[in-house]
Ligand binder design. Structure first.
Ligand SMILES: NC(=O)c1ccc[n+]([C@@H]2O[C@H](COP(=O)([O-])OP(=O)(O)OC[C@H]3O[C@@H](n4cnc5c(N)ncnc54)[C@H](O)[C@@H]3O)[C@@H](O)[C@H]2O)c1
Length: 258
């Protein structure tokens, strides 16, 4: 058994966070950097990622931006090659990128075909691409970790973004099966299911009444913020969770009980 003092120690870990230019990914990047990890912001919006990286480095943290489209196989392979070249290793992959805040909530019959395809592609195939690209590096780590950001919307069966909930439900199957494939390499694969989380990004089709309704469903009746997810992500990234794999952990203030 390793010393208790090091169980949650993330110093020196190389943590790749997709979609870290805003919202939850941005908070993950800043928090992991504060914990002493070197964070890789694998983001399509390079400008936003650079702003986050500048915030991190100005506070003494270590951050690298790699422009990445998770939906593009070649782009994710290139990202992994750059991680290898610049950091020499990857210990943790947080699959956070997704098409989410830009989505208009609407009845499923009104979802255009191309939007359906795009959401499933980025939110599912994007995770597959990143897992595939980074697994060689994760295998070489003593503490390989994959953390997939699913959603509590799949437990609730939230209506009006059927492509989104379908894509996030797929991540649970992916998590469970990949955990079996990568378990022999001691790489853990888990999912976090966040409840509705208020970020700096406004969502035009979510009304104040809907927000209030969600808060009322929670055991802890206050608005959920990205910081509420950090502790669980850090636990799943740390040595403390080395024997926990294939699980989905809901962090939603108790809105749902699974
Ligand atoms: N905020 C919530 O209420 C909530 C709840 C449950 C789950 N989630 C999930 O958590 C994650 C982050 O949520 P958020 O609220 O910060 O979302 P967001 O929409 O604000 O941010 C998503 C980020 O992913 C990036 N991105 C999108 N497509 C990409 C691609 N192809 N390649 C690389 N980057 C890409 C975007 O540029 C953006 O920076 C998402 O997967 C989301 O589905 C969010």
């Amino acid at each position: 058994m390793q010393p208790i003092q090091t169980l949650f120690d993330l110093r020196g870990r190389s943590v790749v966070i997709t979609g870290a230019g805003q919202g939850i990914g941005r908070t993950f990047a800043k928090s992991f950097a504060q914990a002493g990890a070197t964070v890789v912001l694998a983001e399509m919006n390079e400008l936003k990622a650079k702003t986050v990286a500048d915030e991190i480095t100005s506070q003494g943290g270590k951050a690298v931006v790699i422009a990445t489209d998770v939906g593009n196989h070649a782009s994710t392979q290139k990202m992994a090659a750059q991680v290898r070249a610049q950091l020499g290793k990857a210990d943790v992959l947080i699959n956070n990128a997704g098409i989410f805040s830009s989505l208009k909530m609407r009845p499923f019959e009104q979802i255009p075909d191309d939007e359906w395809e795009r959401v499933l592609h980025v939110n599912i195939t994007g995770v597959f691409n990143c897992c595939r690209a980074l697994t060689p590096l994760l295998r070489a780590s003593a503490s390989g970790r994959i953390i997939n950001i699913s959603s509590g919307a799949i437990t609730l069966g939230r209506p009006n973004y059927l492509h989104y909930t379908t894509s996030k439900a797929a991540l649970l199957g992916l998590t469970r099966s990949l955990a079996r494939e990568l378990g022999p390499a001691a790489i853990t694969v888990n999912a976090i299911l966040p409840g509705s989380t208020h970020t700096e990004i406004e969502r035009e089709t979510v009304t104040p009444q809907q927000r209030q309704h969600i808060v009322e469903m929670q055991c802890i009746p206050r608005v959920q913020v990205p910081e509420d997810l950090v502790g669980t992500a850090m636990f799943l990234a740390s040595d403390a969770s080395a024997f926990l794999t294939g699980q989905g952990i809901t962090v939603d203030g108790g809105a749902t009980h699974t």
